[in-house]
Design a binder for this molecule. Structure first.
Ligand SMILES: NC(=O)c1ccc[n+]([C@@H]2O[C@H](COP(=O)([O-])OP(=O)(O)OC[C@H]3O[C@@H](n4cnc5c(N)ncnc54)[C@H](O)[C@@H]3O)[C@@H](O)[C@H]2O)c1
Ligand SMILES: [Zn+2]
Ligand SMILES: [Zn+2]
Length: 384
């Protein structure tokens, strides 16, 4: 089959790879019809993780079931399914509690597994024609009748919509509250959409990219341009000087200062200032345990110069981590089906697999108008 393979920093190519096979009786094979490029892929693309060369990217996958293992009972050939980016066994202590991002058995020695992901097990990604899904009954969400019509919405259930929602859950956003969201990438935009769905009274979204901020406004948020260097003041002005009730970090360790240089503590320290005393902060932006290619001494070890004194004095709380996609995807799916959520609003490009290397470059450069890219492995490249 054709697949997008990682050859090293800034080098991804479409290559011929072996077709995946049913390896366990609980496996399901999916013909991938949509697989998205994610901000998490960019950390790997830039060589800022331990991603092994020769692996297939792609953890935001949707497709049609083409084969099922002998023990699979719920999922059938022909079903349209969307897979959470996390792979869970469904049987361990964490999976039992719905904490599928921290499955204890799928990546032994660590908590949490995913498709095509650095440090999250050997599983191949879905930026390819076919994908092997372990524990298919547990990991496939069977989509409703309108699966094909709303495919571009449903594919967001694999990661960014539940992840944005998770940011608001970790922050504890409740109806009527104010929330400040750092990052207007796909995840931050989905956090804004989720906060609006939850009935937040004021949603402020911070980023330096105007095209992304415009999409935040379309979801009912107030845009704050971080390049002006007055983010915290603007949030305080809009919240009677108190700060927002809740904050969401949707950027991660490669966040930038006002000069556009990476500085890993910017968003976390600003959130402490922009969130009220006793408020809480949900962090879904990825922070890593080591980052040897960083220019910062502390960040090389995965540490940061964090304003713990202000955080403590303000009596705030922080919650972090990968999203337990499976705890939310069924209900968010129902919202899409009912026309009450439209995550596809952020899509800028639908491309073939052959166009993926070029798309990675544009998305990584945060080029204007490249807000979310969907790869369609069944689609042929357009003639240039
Ligand atoms: N926890 C999870 O389960 C999970 C799932 C998916 C993605 N992620 C992570 O979420 C983060 C965001 O993902 P994405 O797809 O939206 O990525 P992205 O890279 O497309 O978007 C990040 C945005 O943050 C902005 N930004 C940079 N510095 C900033 C600052 N100081 N203040 C405000 N905005 C700033 C950038 O301009 C960019 O628009 C990444 O770290 C990704 O790995 C986590
Ligand atoms: Zn993702
Ligand atoms: Zn498990």
């Amino acid at each position: 089959m054709k697949a997008l393979v990682y050859y090293g920093p800034y080098d991804v190519r479409v290559s011929e790879m072996p077709d995946p096979k049913i390896e366990e009786p609980t496996d399901v094979l999916v013909q991938v019809t949509t697989s998205n490029i994610c901000g998490s892929d960019l950390h790997m693309y830039e060589g800022r993780t331990d991603m092994e060369k020769g692996r297939i990217f792609g953890h935001e996958n949707l497709g049609k079931v083409v084969e099922v293992g002998k023990s699979v009972t719920n999922i059938k050939v022909g079903d349209m399914v969307c897979m959470p980016f996390n792979i869970g066994c469904g049987k361990c202590k964490n999976c039992e509690k719905g904490l599928t991002a921290f499955c204890l058995t799928m990546n032994p020695g660590s908590a949490g597994a995913a498709y095509g992901f650095a440090g999250m097990g050997p599983y191949s990604g879905g930026q390819a024609e076919y994908l092997r899904v372990p524990y298919g009954d547990f990991n496939c969400l069977k989509l409703p009748e309108d699966a094909i019509e709303k495919e571009n919405d449903y594919v967001m259930l694999s990661d960014i919509f539940p992840t944005g929602y998770h940011a608001t859950e970790l922050a504890g956003v409740k109806p009527g509250e104010t929330v400040v969201i750092y990052g207007a990438g796909p995840v931050g935009l989905m956090a804004a959409h989720s906060a609006a769905i939850k009935g937040a009274s004021k949603i402020m979204v911070v980023d330096s990219h105007k095209d992304r901020l415009k999409l935040a406004e379309d979801f009912g948020a107030i845009a704050i341009d971080s390049s002006k260097g007055t983010t915290v003041e603007q949030v305080l002005d809009m919240t009677d000087g108190q700060g927002a009730d809740r904050g969401c970090e949707c950027v991660g360790y490669q966040c930038c200062n006002t000069h556009g240089e990476e500085q890993s503590n910017v968003t976390m320290n600003e959130l402490v200032q922009a969130v009220k005393a006793t408020g809480s902060i949900g962090v879904v932006g990825v922070f890593v345990q080591k980052d040897p290619k960083s220019k910062e001494t502390l960040e090389k070890k995965g540490h940061m110069d964090f304003d713990f004194g202000s955080f403590w004095m303000k009596g705030q709380r922080i919650a972090t981590g990968q999203a337990n996609v499976k705890s939310y995807n069924r209900e968010l799916c129902a919202l899409i089906s009912a026309g009450k959520a439209k995550p596809s609003a952020i899509i800028s490009h639908e491309l073939s697999l052959d166009e993926a290397p070029d798309a990675y470059k544009h998305f990584d450069d945060r080029d204007k108008g490249w807000t979310k890219i969907l790869l369609k492995p069944g689609q042929k490249a357009k003639k240039k």
